[in-house]
Design a protein around this ligand. Structure first.
Ligand code: PMT
Length: 403
């Protein structure tokens, strides 16, 4: 996960039953390369132990600010100073109140007062407590100070009540943290449009012409652009992936619908990355009723779909990046598409190779522009996305300099 690597993150855990989920959160953040310091409130310690966090982070976890043996009393100042973000998950009504009022009563609220790093709060409490004017007032105070609040979700809680108060799931919280860490990134104030997934061209009301795209490559690109501060519009075919945090998704089915959405989104965009597998042909006419299985065989006349990249066309200030999914003559075919569509660069992937292309979590691509080719090794799609975004940033900045 790109923008968490080597970041100093303080994870504050307060006393809610959701504290057990914080162990998974700590583990995932550590695996993503973050240096995690965990601070528990004394009440949190009744739900989970510091040892749990020490085991998953490999670092000391803190509770008692008067623990002279561990040097905790000085630690909070040093930790707060070097932190890139303070993430409070779960954040109880009491902890939210303490942070809003500046009451440094335990090591967590003390750290919140001492740090100048961005703060992300993930509320978790009973719906009545969450909806109480006191809690809502404290959250408003925090929002007005630039604190970012992730969740809570509506659902059934440990108390047996149903309503708002359930802590967001771990992946959403990590998305929120990545968004906050990237806010001032090198794509801040820039808009990036990403297309993802495959299109579905209707044959009749229940069937379509489609392809195997899972959307993983496009969704990874959307996250990578978000992590660098971009305002991201994700034009997506029907896929089974959650919409990344702070990314605006526009769902489409056919190539024509994707064209319409991409053209609208590109009107004020700085970059377009077309990772979607767009059908090249669609049935000449969609049949109004479900076809019956009566004929031994039949032919389906197909006509060309709109070429989306061509229709968006060349516009001063818009960087256009294509993908080439090839099963033969990878580089020659990709180079042809680069020229034909007049793109800034194209990402060529051999979709027949192991661990590449459709559905996999990894990809092996060659980045091609008019200067030459850069062949990348097999790597996770998130890392491919980061490499593609490196080039997009350079091109967007160059466009900005020319304006
Ligand atoms: O979604 P995943 O399972 O993660 O798989 C990822 C992927 C294999 C789909 C992705 O890496 C990829 O290669 N996407 C492009 C697939 C494709 O349609 O390639 P193409 O060579 O047919 O098209 C070339 C470019 O033109 C593409 O950027 C495509 O989005 C665009 N195009 C294609 C047809 C069309 N009518 N309009 C277009 O703009």
């Amino acid at each position: 996960m790109y923008n968490l690597t080597d970041r100093n993150i303080i994870l504050g855990v307060s006393g809610s039953i959701a504290a057990y989920k914080a162990a998974d959160l700590a583990s995932k953040l550590t695996q993503a390369g973050a240096r995690l310091d965990v601070v528990l409130t004394p009440v949190a310690e009744r739900f989970v132990t510091p040892l749990t966090f020490q085991s998953v982070t490999g670092r000391r976890a803190y509770v008692d600010m008067f623990d002279t043996a561990s040097g905790a009393s000085e630690q909070h100042v040093e930790m707060a100073r070097r932190a890139h973000a303070l993430l409070v998950a779960p954040a109880t009504a009491t902890t939210i109140a303490r942070i809003a009022l500046g009451l440094a009563e335990d090591m967590l609220s003390l750290t919140a007062l001492a740090t100048r790093a961005p703060i992300v709060i993930c509320p978790a409490m009973d719906p009545h407590m969450y909806e109480h004017e006191a809690t809502q007032g404290h959250l408003e105070t925090l929002l007005s100070r630039g604190v970012h609040v992730v969740g809570p979700e509506v659902g059934r809680l440990a108390s047996g009540h149903t309503g708002p108060g359930r802590m967001s799931d771990v992946d959403t919280i990590i998305g929120g943290l990545r968004y906050v860490l990237g806010r001032d990134g090198d794509l801040a104030a820039k808009k990036v449009v990403v297309s993802a997934g495959g299109t579905q061209e209707p044959i009749d009301p229940v069937r379509y012409v489609g392809n195997y795209s899972s959307g993983k490559m496009g969704y990874a690109l959307a996250e990578a652009a978000r992590d660098r501060g971009a305002d991201v519009a994700l034009v997506s075919g029907a896929v089974a992936l959650p919409v990344p945090y702070a990314v605006r998704a526009v769902f489409v089915r056919s190539a024509a619908e994707m064209r319409d959405a991409v053209v609208v989104e590109c009107a004020d965009a700085d970059a377009l990355i077309m990772a979607a597998a767009v059908a090249d042909y669609q049935p000449a006419e969609a049949i109004g009723q479900k076809m019956k299985r009566r004929r031994e065989s039949f032919s389906l006349p197909l006509v060309r779909t709109p070429d989306i990249l061509a229709e968006v066309g060349h516009r001063q200030g818009l960087v256009r990046v294509g993908f080439a999914a090839e099963s033969e003559d990878l580089l020659a075919n990709a180079r042809h598409k680069l020229e034909e569509k007049g793109l800034e660069f194209i990402v060529a992937n051999d979709v027949t190779a192991d661990g590449c292309g459709f559905g996999s979590d990894t990809n092996k691509v060659t980045l091609i522009d008019r200067q030459g080719e850069e062949e990348l090794t097999l790597m996770p799609k998130h890392d491919v996305a980061a490499r593609v975004l490196d080039r997009v940033v350079t091109l967007v900045q160059a466009q900005g300099a020319r304006k």
